[in-house]
Design a protein around this ligand. Structure first.
Ligand code: ATP
Length: 514
């Protein structure tokens, strides 16, 4: 794998060169934090969606899908708390004129102190080798203890400031910690202000405040307001879930790091409706199940961790993030929230409609509690690219870039090459391709040397390349070349379909998911 510090840059360049991700409106110099997915990107994205959808809807009898509209009645966002509370604390550096999230500046500072502890532990490990007792070291080393104490105090103050929306103390923390702007290096900050992240627009032709509507900042509310429609029409019994994939929009203050933080992005969310009092059990269950879903892509357990929230959002009684080790470090990939009955209760209150579920086993009605799993599709896409991007030095001294994406996610499943453009080889190759294209996304290429064609397919992660040569015309065999091992085998052309099907099957990733 490439050095972490420039991996993101390489991924951005690779994404553009090979048709995965383009900056939006590029010929007009782009639109900040908005991106378009190219010919290979859209396939990879669709495959990630398919993996998620199959794991949720296909693999669970009690989870069904939904596709709600992006526009919703504006009162929904009043009820959900987004109009009043979907804010980020914003701060500007007066010298660089750069804008930051005040909470992120503090979090980054705390992360640096945490990194100091880890460095100290690593030093100890190296020094004491086999006799190293990590627990004892952490409990006795003065530097570790001092920094751990510092973190504890900072976290307590930070948590309180966030809970009380105390913008003055957030600013004071930034001053006390002497946090400087990474661009100007100065500590010349404005006051901290709240900034609402929802985009608004007007519905219909009359433009006054009464017809302001919002682009949804999360897909979840479409599920809440439909939960009884789905429950009744699908005769669902608690516990049951509703899954949805769709666009969400946030006017992020600081939008950078490629597709990690976008203003238009896609979420894959599942709301699981449970009996009140059982939410913690389900919360724990979904934490484990969701982590397993990520692990089944094969990117290594060490690259994932849970991060519990100090201050769960206004609607939650417990919340954690699954963080992934992105090129920029561990960051949130998915949120798992125990949302209580907050949303449904609020919608009952604001709409005046009853949103109770009648539980036939308990013989009573109640508002279910909700456990949510909320995954960013674009962040998953970035995780897949950053884990898969590999630079390899080959035995002959040459180098190749290969995207080692799990085969079930690969944009193209098999590429078909005639060795040369003559002697009927292209026709034979087309014939083989025609038999494969009903089942797989295939690509036909006849230009350039076979070596160059292999490299192009390696760069987009195609698991297999099939070459048709003179011998194919004689005995019906082809060469099949494996992306990762680069090994080539001679097989009967009729076997290609089965071999590719086995390789790209999602079955294993799904069956591990229980
Ligand atoms: P962050 O703290 O990084 O802003 P969040 O806690 O606001 O994220 P949630 O509201 O929990 O995010 O949203 C669920 C998921 O949606 C996130 O885990 C993330 O994968 C994705 N997501 C949220 N905001 C963005 C964004 N601006 N761009 C891309 N994906 C996003």
């Amino acid at each position: 794998m490439a050095d972490k510090s420039d991996l993101l840059k390489k991924i951005i360049a690779h994404s553009k060169e090979y048709g995965f991700v383009f900056p939006s409106s590029e010929i007009y110099d782009g639109l900040s934090a908005v991106y378009d997915y190219g010919q290979n990107g859209v396939e990879l994205k669709n495959n990630i969606k398919e993996y998620w959808w199959a794991s949720m809807v296909q693999m669970h009898e009690n989870i069904v899908g939904l596709d709600a509209a992006i526009f919703m009645h504006p009162t929904i966002w009043k009820a959900s708390g987004h109009v009043d509370a979907f804010n980020d604390p914003l701060i500007d550096n007066k010298d660089s004129k750069k804008r930051y999230r005040a909470d992120v500046l503090i979090e980054d500072y705390i992360a640096k102190v945490e990194a100091k502890i880890e460095k100290e532990v690593a030093k100890g490990k190296k020094k004491f080798e086999d006799s190293f007792d990590e627990e004892q070291f952490r409990n006795t080393n003065p530097n570790v203890l001092r920094n751990a104490d510092k973190i504890e105090k900072l976290n307590a103050r930070f948590k309180k400031a966030l809970e009380d929306s105390d913008l003055v103390d957030l600013k004071k923390m930034i001053e006390d910690l002497e946090i400087a702007c990474p661009v100007s290096g100065s500590k010349n900050w404005t006051e901290v202000r709240q900034f609402n992240l929802m985009f608004d627009t007007k519905l219909g032709s009359v433009s006054d405040d009464s017809n302001t509507i919002y682009l949804r900042p999360e897909t979840a509310q479409g599920i809440f307001v439909n939960y009884l429609n789905v429950q009744k029409s699908g005769r669902m019994k608690v516990p049951f879930g509703i899954a949805q994939i769709g666009k969400a929009f946030r006017n992020e203050i600081v939008a950078r790091q490629f597709i990690f933080r976008m203003r238009e992005f896609e979420q894959m969310e599942m709301q699981f409706f449970v009996k009140p009092g059982t939410q913690m059990e389900w919360y724990e269950k979904w934490k484990q199940e969701r982590l397993q879903w990520h692990l089944n892509m094969g990117f290594g357990e060490e690259n994932y961790r849970f991060h519990d929230h100090l201050k769960p959002a206004h609607y939650a009684d417990a919340a954690t993030d699954i963080e992934y080790n992105f090129p920029m470090g561990f960051k949130e990939l998915e949120g798992i929230h125990s949302r209580t009955d907050f949303d449904l209760k609020k919608h009952e209150e604001f709409s005046g409609k009853k949103l109770q579920y009648f539980d036939p086993e308990e013989d009573k009605s109640y508002i279910p509690y909700v456990v949510e799993t909320s995954l960013g599709l674009d962040r998953t896409f970035l995780a897949v690219l950053s884990s898969s991007y590999t630079e390899e030095k080959l035995e002959d001294g040459s180098e190749r870039v290969v995207l080692k994406v799990p085969p079930f996610l690969a944009p193209t499943k098999v590429a078909v090459f005639p060795l040369t453009k003559k002697d009927g080889l292209p026709e034979k190759a087309r014939e083989i391709m025609d038999s494969l294209k009903y089942d797989f996304i295939c690509r036909y290429e006849e230009k350039d040397t076979i070596g160059k064609r292999y490299r192009r397919q390696d760069a987009i992660g195609t698991p297999y390349c099939i070459t048709i040569d003179q011998q194919t015309m004689e005995d019906g065999t082809v060469t099949i070349r494996d992306r990762d091992s680069m090994k080539q085998d001679r097989i009967a052309s009729e076997k290609v379909g089965d071999i590719v099907a086995e390789k790209v099957s999602m079955r294993k990733a799904l069956s591990n998911n229980d």
